[in-house]
Design a protein around this ligand. Structure first.
Ligand SMILES: Nc1nc2c(c(=O)[nH]1)N[C@H]1C(S)=C(S)[C@@H](COP(=O)(O)O)O[C@H]1N2
Ligand SMILES: [Mo]
Length: 313
């Protein structure tokens, strides 16, 4: 059953005003922890008057105010299966049929399973407002709807040999015209270490701004790993495998000196052809400083203790 979000019948500015109001009422948690799909926070979740409101991290407040518009998020995309031109992807992906859709989850698991789209939509969704930092040094702030990847992985029970997760995008050159050109080795493949995949920030997204994902954003289901460069967040996933060895990923295979397996956002590790110290936020004129782990260091730095981030870029 497809849940209807209130925001599906709410214009964007009303949706934003309502969210602003609720945040003002003291309902803000860390921005990535906003619970309960795109629905407004229940009044019960607000602290009773007289007690102090939860301390709002300035970053969480800022992110709310920094949201990119629906038009920006759905009109400026990297999705090489459709086009190399970011402003052409939406037009070329229009009409891409994403239902029915099967997501096959297997490999080193006790209970391999194929999830139909209707099964994927049964996972309880929540809203997560995340920064998205492309390796090309532009960024956005996007209100995703989705659920932690961990919940799907737990459903198939990874065995003790499973150390990595490998993801694959659909391969269908008739429906994805960009796959007729050999710019990349299709299908697009990405990967995470199992502990990265199980991290609470790691999301499978099925919507944004309270609406189902549009094809250009990776419908019907895509990964979102907010502390890594955007190319890790693989779109239109049809296959997830638990594996023992670090998977060969599309961009690392295409240009190993430029794109690594980890791809953690890091202002101190330059791309061989440009600095990663700053970025252009879509919709802004100046540049912003790029944050280590894209601002999510408090949550994820422990995953990389003892790892040389310059070598493991
Ligand atoms: N299958 C697939 N996934 C992909 C890409 C792609 O070309 N193909 N581009 C990646 C890159 S480089 C970025 S920056 C993000 C962009 O996501 P968005 O268009 O939803 O903002 O998708 C990532 N996922
Ligand atoms: Mo990107």
């Amino acid at each position: 059953m497809v849940k209807i979000h209130p925001s599906e019948i709410t214009p964007e500015h009303v949706y934003l005003n309502r969210r602003q109001f609720l945040l003002g009422a003291g309902a803000a948690l860390a921005s990535w922890a906003l619970g309960g799909c795109a629905c407004p926070q229940e009044p019960e979740q607000q602290p009773p008057s007289g007690t102090s409101a939860p301390i709002e991290s300035p970053q969480a407040g800022d992110l709310e105010a920094e949201l990119n518009t629906f038009e920006e998020i759905t009109g400026f995309n990297n999705f090489y299966e459709f086009s190399l031109s970011k402003t052409e992807v939406a037009r070329l992906a229009e009409g891409f049929v994403t239902s029915p859709w099967d997501l096959e989850v297997g490999g080193l698991v006790s209970t391999p399973r194929t999830f139909g789209l209707e099964d994927i939509l049964k996972f309880e969704r929540e809203e997560r407002i995340y920064r998205m930092r492309c390796v090309e040094a532009w960024s956005m702030v996007i209100p995703w709807d989705g659920f932690p990847l961990r919940k799907l992985l737990e459903a198939v029970e990874p065995t003790s040999d499973a150390k990595y997760v490998r993801f694959e995008t659909l391969y269908d050159p008739e429906r994805m015209p960009g796959q007729n050109a050999s710019v990349l080795d299709w299908p697009y493949v990405e990967g995470l270490r199992l502990d990265e995949a199980m991290h609470d920030l790691t999301l499978l997204a099925t919507g944004l701004y309270g609406k189902d994902l549009l094809p250009q954003n990776g419908a019907p289901v895509r990964l979102v790993v907010p502390w890594k460069y955007g190319f890790k967040s693989i779109k239109s996933i049809v296959k997830i495998d638990l594996v023992a060895k670090e998977p060969v990923t599309t961009w690392a295979a295409a240009s190993p000196t430029e794109y690594g397996f980890y791809a953690n956002v890091n202002p101190d590790v330059s791309h061989p052809r440009w600095s990663q110290a700053s970025e252009r936020r879509i919709g802004e004129s100046g540049r912003r400083e790029t944050l280590l782990f894209n601002g999510y260091g408090e949550e994820v730095a422990a995953l990389y203790e003892g790892l040389d981030l310059t070598k493991n870029f």
